[in-house]
Design a protein around this ligand. Structure first.
Ligand SMILES: *Cc1c(COP(=O)(O)O)cnc(C)c1O
Length: 361
């Protein structure tokens, strides 16, 4: 008999592994909200300082995250209140995992909205929790009455709200998220993975509101390869989370690199501003095409409903451009695709294909 297959959980055996895109050389990659270039491209002195840092990093020693100076740097750059404590994750993906583990008692629930970031549901399943997904309105705004009813009915231990939301790009109204936080009896995680591209944040509230966690990542602002996310929340949550986070989950190289990057946040901010300008430009171009339904975006991507999502996806691929086809992943995402904002040249390439395929009738 096959003993390995016998011991592995049946629910995991029927899952499929996350497919990381494997692209031929020269493809334009606009599927995963990565920054289109190295964050310090063109800054020669920063790049050489960066190389020195790698040489000096004490990779023979276990990292001491608290003593590395990274928390102070994060507090300063992001304005994290003194009352809040910070936890770092190997990507915020890891923090989603540990926040779920923290509350995973038998017969408890995680609440999310649908469609949203797939990892919320995935981790709920991994830790044996029931996942309650409340559908968005067709325009991807929050169906607040439905969310509040679901909270009352299911008393979720954990609520995830991506603010702005992925994969839709739409950001919910602040008052709506405030209402959710007020009504929730469990922990509310406001996932601000795209916070840098939006003008609002719940960070000023952390520490003040006991059940609020704000989660951010440096992945979408140029450092997806460093794998660093952070959560800020009250000591009542963070003190417990500290007990289950692996003590050495961050590595010396990414700590050193992240610290260095945060010190040069003006460069990062310039990259963000450039991407935001590109977002407006791409948005305006897309809005001129009357066969598309373009959703407003506060993130570094734009979600669009097109006449034929499969056709667009394949045509872009033939033109060596990869985007994300959302169509098929949720009924509300009918014929939708998600396009990451890239460099001006990359965006022009995408726009050219789209204009050619869907000229105004
Ligand atoms: C990309 C993304 C994350 C994960 O970011 P990492 O820090 O790279 O793990 C978390 N939440 C949302 C909503 C995202 O889109």
């Amino acid at each position: 008999m096959n003993r390995v297959a016998d011991v592995i959980r049946d629910d995991i055996k029927v899952m499929t592994a996350y497919q990381v895109a494997d692209l031929p050389e020269g493809f334009i990659k606009l599927d995963a909200m990565e920054c289109p270039h190295h964050p310090f491209a063109g800054y020669e002195s920063l790049l050489s300082e960066w190389a020195d840092l790698a040489k000096q990093a004490p990779i023979h020693l276990y990292p001491h995250t608290a003593k590395s100076g990274i928390y102070e740097e994060l507090r300063e750059v992001f304005g994290i209140p003194d009352k809040a404590e910070i936890a770092l994750g190997n990507g915020s993906d890891e923090l989603i995992q540990f926040l779920t583990m923290l509350v995973a008692k038998p017969n408890t629930r995680v609440l999310g909205i649908e469609p949203s970031f797939v990892m919320y549901r995935h981790n709920a399943a991994l830790y044996g929790m029931e996942y309650v997904g409340v559908p968005l309105n067709p325009d991807f705004s929050l169906n607040l009455p439905a969310v509040l009813t679901a909270i009352e009915q299911h008393q979720p231990s954990l609520i995830f709200i991506a603010y702005p939301n992925n994969p839709t790009g739409v950001c919910f109204k602040r008052e709506e998220v405030e209402a959710v936080i007020r009504v929730a009896t469990g922990i509310v995680v406001v996932d601000e993975a795209y916070g840098a591209f939006h003008h609002d944040s719940f960070l000023p509230w952390v520490g003040e509101v006991e059940n609020l966690v704000v989660m951010r990542t440096i992945s979408k602002i140029g450092f997806a390869g460093l794998r660093m996310g952070y959560a800020a929340a009250s000591p009542s949550i963070m003190g417990e989370l500290a007990k289950i986070l692996p003590p050495y989950n961050m590595n010396q190289l990414s700590l050193a690199a992240a610290k260095f990057s945060l010190k040069h946040h003006q460069v990062i901010q310039q990259n963000i501003d450039t991407l935001k300008n590109e977002r407006s430009r791409v948005m305006n171009e897309l809005l001129k095409l009357n066969r598309l339904e373009v959703f407003p975006s506060e993130a570094n991507f734009i979600t669009v409903r097109v006449p034929d999502a499969n056709g667009l996806f394949e045509t872009l691929k033939q033109n060596r451009i990869l985007i994300k086809k959302l169509y098929g992943s949720h009924p509300l995402l009918d014929q939708c695709v998600r396009i990451t904002i890239g460099s001006a040249v990359q965006n022009d390439a995408v726009l050219a294909v789209i204009k050619n395929l869907y000229p105004n009738l």
